[in-house]
Design a protein around this ligand. Structure first.
Ligand SMILES: [Fe+2]
Length: 354
């Protein structure tokens, strides 16, 4: 243990060592924020080592971390760069600075496990455009449920059938096709303004150009964006370990809004979502294909979902918890919840992307 204000223990009940827990010693629970920030800076090599070993570290019991501003200060000590959220697939709101809500998706919706922005394509300018770290902060604990499930994607890679991995990799990667409406017409849609943080078409075109995305305006005013080719797997920059690294199992028409529970979990709501399909299908979708445009086998997507589910662990949020996740090693999602629940997020990079 590198510092004297916290104790570490590897196991939360039923979580098998993930996340690794760093808990305030009782006598240090009230340590002032400035002192805590210094500790975070000074223990950086030890923390990175634990993060790369376990994949996620949970900081618990520090009473000086209570607000979004406190969390922002903590995040700034965890990595040199806090990234903008532009380009994500879930609706979010700004909280303070670059701190955002974890997701504004309706509370009954299950967000499947994913590594943040793993669909973004590498380029010579940005060989790795995806965040190195994702952080979450519990400002208000859920009334019930609302966990942030996590899964070790090294284990998923090892457990997936080799033939499945080969089938994906031999086709050279994945492409994500997205269509986002200008106006939110149905409750579950994400507009391009929400996704990219601008309502200005020229600004949107600049974002796409600077990120190397191909895009076009559809006749109905919506935005069509294509990301890719993006990798199927990745080797961790520091540890060299292989991970499954894509979101084809989530960003696919087989789990599109009209087939899921975006209007609500009850049967009438699911039936209504089905009835709306003809009006939604061309306005709002995510769909992943192989690079050559060929469809991904649904049985492969099922196999991926099953394997991730087998590796998923969950813990209950407590007020003041800070969860640091290595975005390559560990995926995250969200469980349905009863209010209240305020979980904030930050995306971090270990080096400047400019
Ligand atoms: Fe996420």
């Amino acid at each position: 243990m590198s510092a004297d204000i916290a104790v570490s223990h590897p196991i939360l009940e039923n979580c098998g060592g993930l996340p690794f827990v760093v808990e305030a010693r009782p006598e240090a629970a009230g340590v002032p924020l400035t002192e805590l920030l210094d500790w975070i800076t000074n223990s950086s090599p030890w923390r990175e080592e634990q993060l790369h070993r376990a994949g996620a570290v949970l900081f618990r019991g520090f009473s000086s971390v209570r607000t979004a501003e406190d969390f922002s200060a903590v995040a700034q000590r965890m990595a040199p760069v806090i990234l903008d959220y532009a380009g994500g697939t879930t609706p979010r709101s700004a909280v303070t600075g670059k701190i955002v809500t974890s997701t504004d998706a309706p509370r009954h919706v299950v967000i499947g496990l994913h590594q943040e922005m793993s669909y973004l394509a590498p380029s010579p300018e940005f060989p790795d455009p995806t965040p190195d770290k994702v952080m979450f902060f519990c400002e208000t604990a859920p009334g019930g449920g609302g966990q942030t499930p996590i899964a070790d994607m090294r284990a998923v890679y090892k457990k997936l059938p080799r033939k499945l991995i080969d089938r994906f990799e031999q086709r050279g990667g994945l492409v994500l096709h997205r269509k986002l409406p200008t106006q939110k017409k149905y409750g579950f849609e994400v507009t391009w303004e929400t996704a990219f943080g601008t309502s200005d078409r020229a600004a949107m075109e600049n974002i796409a150009r600077s990120k190397g995305w191909s895009m076009q305006w559809a006749k109905d005013g919506g935005l069509e964006v294509t990301h890719g080719p993006s990798p199927v797997t990745k080797s961790h920059r520091v540890t060299g370990e292989h991970v499954w690294f894509n979101q084809a199992h989530l960003l696919h028409k087989s789990v599109a809004p009209w087939t899921s529970q975006w209007l609500g979990p009850a049967l009438p709501q699911r039936l209504k979502a089905r009835l709306l399909e003809p009006f939604i299908r061309d306005r709002f979708y995510y769909h992943s294909t192989h690079v050559d445009g060929s469809e991904i086998a649904l049985s492969d997507l099922d196999s991926i979902r099953r394997t991730i589910a087998q590796e998923t662990v969950m813990f209950d949020w407590q007020r003041g918890d800070v969860l640091l996740i290595d975005n390559k090693l560990v995926s995250h999602g969200r469980q349905p919840y009863s209010p209240p629940r305020k979980i904030f997020a930050a995306l971090l990079a270990d080096a400047s992307r400019n």
